[in-house]
Design a protein. Sequence first.
Lengths: 288, 257, 331
Amino acid sequence: MKLFFIVFLNGLTLASLYFITACGFTLIFGLMRTVNMAHGVLLLLGAYIGYEVVEMTGFWVLGIIAGGLSCALVGAFLQAFILGRYQGDELRQTLITIAISIILADFLLWAWGGLTYQISLPEMLQGGIRLPLLNVGYSVVRLTLIGMAIVVGVLLWLLIAKTKLGIIIRAGVDDREMLQALGFEIKKIFIIVFAMGAALAGMAGVIFGSALSISPGTDIQFLLSSLVVVIVGGMGSVGGAALGALLIGLAEQYGLAYAPTYGVVFTFLIMVTVLAFRPQGILGRAEQ
Amino acid sequence: MPLTDGSASNQRVALNLKGVTRRFGSFVAVDNLNMTIKTGERRAILGSNGAGKTTLFNLITGDFPLSEGSIEIEGVESSTLPTHKRIQAGLRRTYQHALLFDSLSVRDTLLLAVVGIHNKWPLFYPLKKNSKYHEKAEALAKVAGLSSKMDVLVGALSHGQKRQLEIGIALSGDPKIVLFDEPAAGLSPAERPVLTELLLSLPKKLSVILIEHDMDIALETSNIVSVMHNGKHLLEGEPEEVVHSDIVREIYVGKRQ
Amino acid sequence: MSRTLLLIVVILIILPAFISDFWLNQILTRSIILGIAALSLTFLTTYLGVVSFAQITLAGVAGYTIAYFSPNTTGLGIELPWLFAVALALLFSTLAGAFVGAIAKKSVGIYSIMITLAISMAFFYFTRQNYSIFNGWTGFSGITAPVAFGVSLEDSLVFYYATLLSATAAGYLVVKFTSSPLGLAVQGVKDAARRVRAIGIPTTPVIIAAYAFSGFIAGMSGVLNVWQQERISSFSVGLGPTIDLLIIAVIGGMRHPLGAFIGAITYVLIDTFVIDLFSRDRFNMIIGLVLLFIVMAAPQGILGSFLSAQKRIRKYDNNAIKRKIKNDCEI
Ligand SMILES: Nc1ncnc2c1ncn2[C@@H]1O[C@H](COP(=O)(O)OP(=O)(O)OP(=O)(O)O)[C@@H](O)[C@H]1O
Ligand SMILES: [Mg+2]
């Protein structure tokens, strides 16, 4: 029973990471229909930058901000100068993001080598606390992570539900032609949203690098998890990303705990089942 | 009970629509529509833009599922059958906005229509050049007036030729009911009589539903006219009688000269 | 085009007389094997209109089948006569293709990319975790090409001809399939799936059949690949090879079966030679830049660009001729 709950918490932790990563991915996809295959490598970039900044300044929060900001810049650059030119040609955009992820990943390998990095945590997040009821120790940073995912989720929800940008994003998800017709500066909005999505990836990278560790390969792992999470949850939906992240995170951890050799099978089965009954994902809307 | 030749009018029912309804969200595009098409009947459907005519066709073919009601094709309850089964049962259609295979040639398109109907589509090796299916495709091309365009890619056809091809496809195999969705739309005045001719030359036992804004074509080729408005089947009757009814004049105000 | 093809095949038949073993094995044979795999992808893209990331997986299914049913140094598997092993390999890759198709049947465009990528990565992780069939991440080694009909496929020249023959067969199959009723239906689904149903053809089996056929072609490449490499492991079905295959298809162009092979040889040449001009470590950077350049500047790939340039030239010629005729008439 204890194992069951610990695994549940582990699942939640993983789900939190998946959620923070996937919501950047799904935000971009929802508005622009761009499958950003460079999402994983942006995460890695954010993590490396975050690592450097934390090493230099000693402030963990600064690391997160720097990781997010640098990725936002790279993302804005990509959308403004490369991807934006092919808006509407989704396949080409996808291929471009694949090329960029290959180039960028190689660059990161060149600059930071194949080592494993761990970002040092502020003292208050180190160590563990004893959980009431269960009476087991659990690492603080993992609990913080769950909290952060909730904060990110709420902030995103506020942004989308309450701000003007959010209204535009929602309208754009439903009908992009209309947005254009209404004369919104769609290009600028796309750049902002791409930067936001990239920033979320960068921040997720720093968080992941603190809670666990990062090395080449982390990018692919997270690109794939983001893909599966949004396929399951519904492409373009933040709520779907949360739901998908929960399902996949829990399935992976329970799989790992109870059937270690077949962990991936669970993830796969969830995906196939969802696709069979709801090809657009659990909370996704059907494509016309 | 299956309707047979022995029924009162001595005519079988080809298509029977009962309480057919389709909603898009809260909007009712087709509203509790009843209609009986007898074998060999030529029915024209009139109605203003957005009346629900094309949606009705989509419901009959199964392109859209019904919200309510039932559809019988040749006496067989078909409202839950997938589209291809209804086609196999003898239903055919054209699309208002040509829906064709742009990267195939006219020949391959017609060939595909023929093998589709004859259930030979699962063959994964090419048919012999002079197979009976090729012959049938040639015959269809002749009917549709596209014999000289057999090797042209469909994407490169003119608007009028695409409409002809739509008709060719709809006549493949041995159709029992054909639904024509505004076949004359976009045709030049010179092309219209050709279309009328074609419609008139269809085999007698074929049932036809024709959506047409061109009154002349509709009147010339039909023996019964239905009027749809706001998704409802307002009235049906003899062509002359319907066309001169007040309702039609009201709906079509300004549409006719 | 068919005369050009014939010429290419003839050149490829006599080429081994003029080149070293290294060129034969590492450039030509390897390119052709990769080309067959890429063909299975370009087939799907061109005719069904989907981009599949699962082709390396399908090739891998065939490769693993050969490894499992052939003598190998792992002590795993059952030895079968090579013909049976090959038949099983192709059967399994075809079935796996059908399975992928059944999962991805409702997806086109970017959706198909995402779903097939997820499938292929699930297979990758599965091969790493499973030891009873796939032998974990180490996989199988020590597999040798069989002696077929009295000649040993281990001989590089014989193997080259076997590969060439397979590639020709694969190309032939694709051409024949695409003009068969089922192949026409596949193309119909790409253009207008609704219309396909409205001529009495259910689309789901058509889509599944297209994937299954691509699985068969991919399987051919998988069999040859495991014979050439003499081993197969989870790395053979990982993201790297998956992306490489996409790059090959994009470089070559997807409009014609030949594009797959042009892409493959270009890729192999870059991999083997161009890379030495820079640094071997930066292979990914170079190939990424090549991909970026092609996608941005020549989206039809090398072959596509060549074909449209040829068309343009011909059009130009035609115009010149027309002008000449006109001038002549006016005189
Ligand atoms: N897929 C759909 N989703 C939502 N609404 C639809 C859909 N298809 C049709 N409608 C709506 O249903 C109504 C009827 O459309 P329909 O195409 O059947 O009209 P119609 O009688 O064929 O008109 P027209 O003469 O212009 O072809 C229209 O208001 C249309 O907007
Ligand atoms: Mg209409």
